[in-house]
Design a binder for this molecule. Structure first.
Ligand code: TXA
Ligand code: MG
Length: 347
């Protein structure tokens, strides 16, 4: 299978398919997206059907670099302007009030709209080719609902297939996504509340605070719904648990004693690794810095999931701000597996 980056002809063809209401998967710098014409409700409905996602979950609308933001959003506050100037194109999604002309289907019926200008050159070329650069491409991550997001075109093929029966008409190749976890989502739609962080991601809260002069508030009950904020999300099929670096050796010893097969994800060298090999079926050492770790995280989770071990065991990363997006994704990936370690030891 070819892994050459999509060329101009492939991108033009994909733009025509989008204009005809078809689904096209494309690379972004965060993760791959499953795209449809944001102004075509029937096309947007096909995204929901393909993903198996509830139709009241809003999707992000992707815009070209020089797009007319006022076409999409009813009002663009001074804060929104500052953030757009500072971080677009890039991994920041802004939730604004939706303009009346934009179909409610992209917002899951809410009065808001999520806008993002992706930095990946293939995404930008696609946005320029689609409706002469004036369209918006609605795109959630190109995975089935609740699964780990794709960071390569091959991951998208694993999720949806590529043949005539796939709901996805084209998958554009763009190499491995640079950032590796989804965009930061910031709600600016409630002026009285101030900026609210709905999902930590590619741009950490400290960088937003440096531009706005205030730290974004944590999400609250009245915040707009965001599926990336569901507890069980980004989840592999294998149960997943994380333990601190200090707990790792003892945990592996107990798992080996219980006859369990472990797929291990760590970022510091494991002391006494050889003695513990009995429990370790597969292991991946991730980079020890947050950028490198995020870049490799989802591909590692997919590889470890495919090992069909009894458990994916994660060495818990540091807790500081630069790791917030990563820790958020790991917490959600582990949500359905709470208590799994105790259950494995308790026999
Ligand atoms: O990095 C990303 O954001 C990737 C790439 C493809 O751009 N997209 C992505 O989409 O992660 P998705 O659908 O998997 O997650 C988008 C999140 C969801 O949690 C959704 O609920 C939220 O954005 N969202 C979109 N529009 C919204 C709105 N109007 N109000 C509140 N949340 C919104
Ligand atoms: Mg997603």
């Amino acid at each position: 299978m070819s892994t050459a980056i999509a060329d101009k002809a492939a991108i033009e063809e994909a733009a025509r398919l989008l204009e005809q209401g078809e689904l096209v998967a494309f690379p972004t710098e965060t993760v791959y997206g499953l795209g449809a014409d944001a102004e075509n409700p029937a096309a947007v409905a096909r995204i929901y059907a393909a993903k198996g996602r509830p139709s009241n979950h809003p999707v992000i609308v992707h815009l070209a670099r020089d797009a007319d933001i006022e076409y999409w959003a009813e009002e663009i506050s001074a804060d929104a302007r500052k953030l757009i100037d500072a971080f677009w194109p890039g991994p920041l999604t802004l939730i604004l009030k939706r303009a009346a002309r934009i179909p409610a289907a992209v917002s899951g019926g809410q009065g808001t709209i999520g806008l993002r200008c992706p930095a990946h050159p293939v995404a930008q070329a696609l946005l320029q080719a689609f409706k002469q650069g004036k369209g918006g491409i609605a795109a959630p991550s190109a995975n089935r609902f609740g699964h780990v997001s794709p960071t390569t075109a091959a991951h998208v093929r694993d999720e949806f297939g590529a043949g005539p029966h796939s709901p996805v008409s084209r998958i554009l190749e763009g190499g491995q996504s640079e950032v590796g976890i989804e965009s930061t989502i910031l709600d600016l739609s409630r002026a009285a509340r101030g900026p609210v962080l709905l999902r930590p991601g590619g741009i950490d809260a400290g960088r937003i605070a440096a531009v706005l002069g205030v730290m974004p508030a944590a999400s609250d009950a009245a915040a707009p719904r965001a599926s990336g904020t569901l507890n069980a999300h980004y989840a592999p099929r294998t149960p997943l648990a994380s333990v601190t670096s200090q707990e790792m050796a003892e945990t592996l010893r107990k798992l080996a004693a219980a006859g369990k097969r472990v797929a291990l994800m760590h970022y510091t060298p494991l002391p006494g690794r050889d003695a513990l090999a009995g429990a370790i079926q597969e292991s991946i050492a991730l980079p020890s810095g947050p950028d490198g770790y995020a870049h490799d995280l989802y591909a590692a989770l997919r590889t470890l999931d495919a090992a069909r071990a009894d458990l994916i065991l994660v060495e818990a990363p540091p807790g500081d701000a630069a790791w917030q997006g990563i820790n958020d994704r790991l917490r959600r990936a582990a949500f359905d597996s709470s208590g799994v370690l105790e259950a494995m030891f308790g026999r």
